[in-house]
Design a protein around this ligand. Sequence first.
Ligand code: PLP
Length: 413
Amino acid sequence: MDTRTYTVDFDVQHIRKDFPILHQIVHGYPLAYFDNAATTQKPQCVIDTIVNYYTHLNSNIHRGVHYLSEQSTNLYEEARKTVQQFINAQYSQEVIFTSGTTAAINAVAFSFGERFVKEGDEIVISAMEHHANIVPWQMMCERKGARLKVIPIDNKGEILFDEYLKLLTPKVKLVAVTHVSNVLGTINPIEKIIDTAHNHNIPVLIDGAQSVQHIPIDVQALDCDFFVFSGHKIYGPTGIGILYGKEKWLNEMPPYQGGGDMVDCVTFEKTTYNDLPLKFEAGTTNFIGAIGLAEAIRYLTRIGLDKVGKYENQLLAYAKEKLSSFERIQFYGTAPKKGPVISFLIDGIHPYDTGMVLDKLGIAVRTGTHCAQPLMDFFDIDGTVRVSLSFYNTFEEIDRLTQGIKKVIDMFG
Ligand code: PLP
């Protein structure tokens, strides 16, 4: 490795000790985990928090006067405040716990749609969205007789801003775009996207599933109306996610699920609903997931997201340089501003074959459409090989990936 260009001010070996899963042998090789955009590994402190909770504290929240229930409730509401601070929401009740990004987008699509969208209205998304930020809007459009409009992109994987501007008509009720593409890595200019939409009085939802673990988020500075992300992609447990919404919207939106906790008073004639945030948290939530997510956020904050971002950018630059040495590699997503995601194909070799050979060398990458079929159609391909990096990856692992790809090319000719 040439350390002259990649000056690393990051003790990655020390960090790696926090992640027990990384220290295992897969098919005879040390695991090199490059599937972080799908899900991230968990530091010991998150694992310990969950074990400790079930060992000593388990009890349902919000419903009990007894010791364990009070402890649980306090931890759950503290977790909400931890998320609030992490994304700099103005009020803690603007933070709603969901089961993930998908659930959060579905919640907005249903609830916002019920209240604000009517026949003939339009929703704007981009051509690089994950299915989670396409299908819920399509379902809502079908229900309401509205139409989905798509911001086109160029071959580098950047949205065509002029085309976006043309879409912003009075019919548009919401713009929903991803911050960072899970396939291309493109970091979208969300500040400009939000500002422009607001000039037309259109609210904006940002899908932060692939950004919140790499880039510091300040929802007040961004002035986004909704921001959503998943716990499992930010070193927390699975089954927990966040819907941030400005209070003014959430107050006006109807609940999308009915049940315990979301109610104020229930009679057979009429039910009145609880205030925020509980209005949107029907039934027993994944409270242990929320507590685990808060621990993950504290862990990441202790390391420092700025430091994490810088190190991951160096890894990305190194991986791009190394993989560019193969003439037969074609990259998808070459925007100048990118998160640590590289999608590629090796000319004449199916991505599945590439993934299989790498797996036999202990190297985990993802292959396929990455839940972005319309994006695959745009590039006229069936799928890609995706390498997605985290701050626990090393330059040496990227060297191993490079050697693995050489082996793939040698094998398949
Ligand atoms: N949005 C983006 C950009 C994603 O990358 C993903 C998952 O990969 C999702 C949404 C859906 O996340 P989840 O499956 O955690 O709900």
